[in-house]
Design a protein around this ligand. Structure first.
Ligand SMILES: Nc1nc2c(ncn2[C@@H]2O[C@H](COP(=O)(O)OP(=O)(O)OP(=O)(O)O)[C@@H](O)[C@H]2O)c(=O)[nH]1
Ligand SMILES: [Mg+2]
Length: 416
């Protein structure tokens, strides 16, 4: 068990099992050792390590996965005792990210994280090769020179991937800046919470959604038409996980940052999971590392259709009394999400009355999609509208020919 993990061993192992299955492993068994600090040499104590070797032999396992980070030394020592390859949590997650990466940016981000993970472990790989060839260790052996060659190769590749990534990121920044000034809602949350499913349900994004961890590794933004015609942008992105390898958090920073350019966060959590409260806390931690913890947010508890007793949601409502329970699958609660977003818009935007002269009639369609129209009347001078919009949109409308209407204090609400 990793130290400082608030979960029980069973909870931590059930997540590790899910990760392993996502990477197409078939788990044969689990083992837990309760220790205050991991053994520096073999992570587990000597007795437990021997027990593990026995279990691996009996189950004919091809690999051992540890739920914590292992030092290259610990990995080598465990491998020597159990006789099969050993993987730590970071390596497993990197492998999953590697198979799920589809866009060039995601592929490069995973490659960068993997190269950085690999760097301190080069020596271990070479010791293995020398042993297989019957060598006598790496001190002064062929491996020693090869490690230097490999290290230089890795450094060159890291620099080249970094340059490629910078180019893509600059291109993306320009694309985000060129985006129409629409209110943006970002979907964030623990992996497998249902973010892509919600995105698909609300827009026709056609994003891959499946019962696997880290199905989505890049950011996608689609227009979402709210009831009444107002359009906002909805952004889906990579899911969070407790203790993500730091190399991955660093590599995916740009992807997450793009999503966190949002005006409002929808924090999604799988309400049917027994670990929903811990997952919400983990999401908070990632958001605060990304300095996005002060963005306005709505908490959405998903998969209500799988919750047999709603009383089990009580701890989540204690964390956020305004959390909205929904089922993306059958649509329950989604109208409440929309109303909450509209209420949020009403609270943060300006409400103004303006006259759209006939000469500026072309702005009418823009107002309908980018602002909320509260009322409109046609008069001799043009269309008199009461709208709610952001200062940026209002500025654009004024520049396009719309005029603010100043009413005398006792004027009737509506024109005759
Ligand atoms: N029963 C039920 N299943 C749901 C619901 N919403 C989503 N799912 C399922 O949950 C699984 C994960 O959904 P995704 O939409 O891929 O989750 P995600 O948050 O995008 O996951 P990552 O991209 O991995 O971060 C899929 O198998 C969905 O079909 C729901 O309301 N009820
Ligand atoms: Mg997804």
């Amino acid at each position: 068990m990793p130290t400082g993990d608030p979960r029980t061993a069973a909870e931590a192992l059930s997540e590790l099992q899910q990760l392993a299955e996502t990477a197409d492993f078939v788990p044969a068994g689990c083992m837990v050792q309760h220790r205050r600090i991991p053994d520096a040499h073999g992570y587990l104590g000597a007795g437990k390590l021997a027990e593990l070797a026995e279990v691996v032999k009996l189950a004919h396992s091809g690999c051992v996965i540890c739920d914590d980070s292992l030092t290259p030394n610990q990995m080598r020592n465990i491998e020597n005792t159990v006789g099969v390859p050993v993987m730590d949590r970071s390596e497993l997650i990197l492998q999953i990210f590697g198979t799920h990466a589809r866009t060039p940016q995601a592929r490069m981000q995973v490659e960068l994280a993997s190269l950085q993970y690999e760097m301190p472990r080069l020596r271990r790989r070479w010791t293995h090769l020398e042993r297989q060839r019957g060598g006598i260790g790496i001190r002064g052996g062929a491996g020693e020179k090869q490690i230097d060659v490999d290290r230089n190769l890795l450094r060159t590749r890291i620099a080249s991937v970094n340059r490629g990534l910078k180019r893509i990121e600059q291109h993306k920044v320009r694309a985000v800046q060129a985006r129409p000034d629409l209110f943006t809602v970002a979907l964030v949350g623990y992996t497998n919470a249902g973010k892509s499913s919600l995105m698909n349900r609300l827009t026709d994004a056609g994003v891959l959604a499946e019962n696997k961890l880290f199905s989505t590794l890049d950011t996608r933004t689609r227009p979402w038409r709210l009831p009444g015609g107002r359009t906002v942008l909805l952004t889906d992105t990579v899911g969070f996980l407790r203790k993500l390898p730091h190399q991955l958090v660093a590599s995916f920073h740009a992807t997450l940052e793009e999503a966190l350019h949002a005006d409002l966060l929808l924090v999604l959590v799988d309400g049917s999971s027994s670990e929903a409260a811990e997952q919400l806390t983990a999401v908070d931690e990632v958001l605060s590392t990304l300095k996005a913890d002060n963005l306005p947010r709505l908490t959405v508890l998903n998969k209500l259709d799988l919750v047999e007793d709603r009383a089990t949601l009580a701890p989540l409502w204690r964390i956020d009394p305004h959390a909205i329970a929904v089922s993306v699958q059958d649509g329950e609660g989604l109208p409440v999400v929309m109303t909450s977003i509209q209420n949020h818009l009403a609270a943060v935007e300006n409400r103004v009355e303006l006259l759209l002269p006939h000469t500026a009639g072309a702005l009418h369609a823009e107002i309908r999609t980018r602002a909320t129209v509260l009322s409109e009347f046609y008069t001799e001078d043009g269309c008199l509208m009461e709208i709610q919009a952001s200062p940026a949109i209002l500025g654009r409308l004024m520049a396009g020919g719309a005029r603010a209407v100043q009413r005398p204090p006792n004027a009737p609400d509506q024109p005759e």
